[in-house]
Design a protein around this ligand. Structure first.
Ligand code: C5P
Length: 222
């Protein structure tokens, strides 16, 4: 059906910036708001998909969207890994922290007990998307790449390294697009290195355009 092009599809979407706990009241995070991922989840639902949203964001989501709230990258990993086998499409729009705190404190750290300078040891988090890319069967995989320079080179490199079907690249560090803003400007690359530029528009519209491209690719994917 034209108006419900994703009817019958199960789609898993991640959103937001993960939080890496230092102690019960402190954490390390990033500037991602979750707007892009939440917009994709809403658009996918409007296209008729069965949507699961694994989010680290506090933004709202429709009741019809199955929402799983997570904090850390490892919680996000578990939530996605658990469901990956059962979905048709995975869209990783979350800004996953590359590092987590090696030994998070279980009670609040007290200044009096700390040495100066204070050192917090970080350890590498698993790359969720790369792990799913390595074990995918028929799932269609979409990744994001936020870059400040050499957008195309880095995006295509990630597409290949993570075994993706499509990558959405956006230039960050520019006013009015990217992380916390309502608008975005992206370039989509397919596995076949086809390039589609989406000029600056709302994240709602970008979400639809990304899904339209996914649908077009799905038509000759299976
Ligand atoms: O390598 P880079 O972090 O730039 O790749 C970005 C893509 O990989 C995004 O789709 C992001 O959600 C995903 N990612 C991930 N797990 C990580 C880091 C990034 O799934 N630990």
């Amino acid at each position: 059906e034209k108006t419900l092009p994703l009817r019958g599809y199960k789609i898993l979407i991640s959103a937001g910036g993960t939080k890496e706990r230092i102690d019960p009241v402190r954490y390390i995070t990033n500037d991602s708001s979750g707007k892009m991922g939440h917009s994709i989840a809403e658009a996918a639902y409007q296209y008729g998909a069965e949507v699961t949203l694994v989010t680290a964001s506090t933004l709202e989501s429709s009741k019809a969207i199955h929402r799983i709230q997570v904090d850390s990258a490892s919680e996000m990993f578990e939530a996605i890994d658990e469901r990956f086998e059962d979905v048709d499409i995975l869209i990783m729009s979350a800004a996953v922290s590359d590092y987590g705190v090696a030994d998070a404190a279980t009670s609040k750290m007290k200044k009096a007990d700390l040495k100066e300078p204070l050192t917090i040891e970080l350890q590498e988090n698993p790359d969720i998307l790369k792990t799913m890319g390595a074990k995918k069967e028929n799932q269609f995989l979409v990744g994001f790449a936020a870059e400040t320079n050499q957008l195309e080179d880095y995006a295509l490199k990630k597409l290949a390294e993570k075994n993706l079907d499509l990558i959405v690249a956006n230039e960050v560090g520019k006013e009015g697009t990217g992380f916390d803003s309502d608008d975005n400007q992206v370039v989509i690359f397919t596995k076949e290195h086809q390039r589609l530029d989406i000029p600056k528009t709302s994240k709602t519209e970008i979400a639809r355009r990304i899904l339209d491209k996914v649908i077009e690719e799905l038509d000759h994917h299976s």
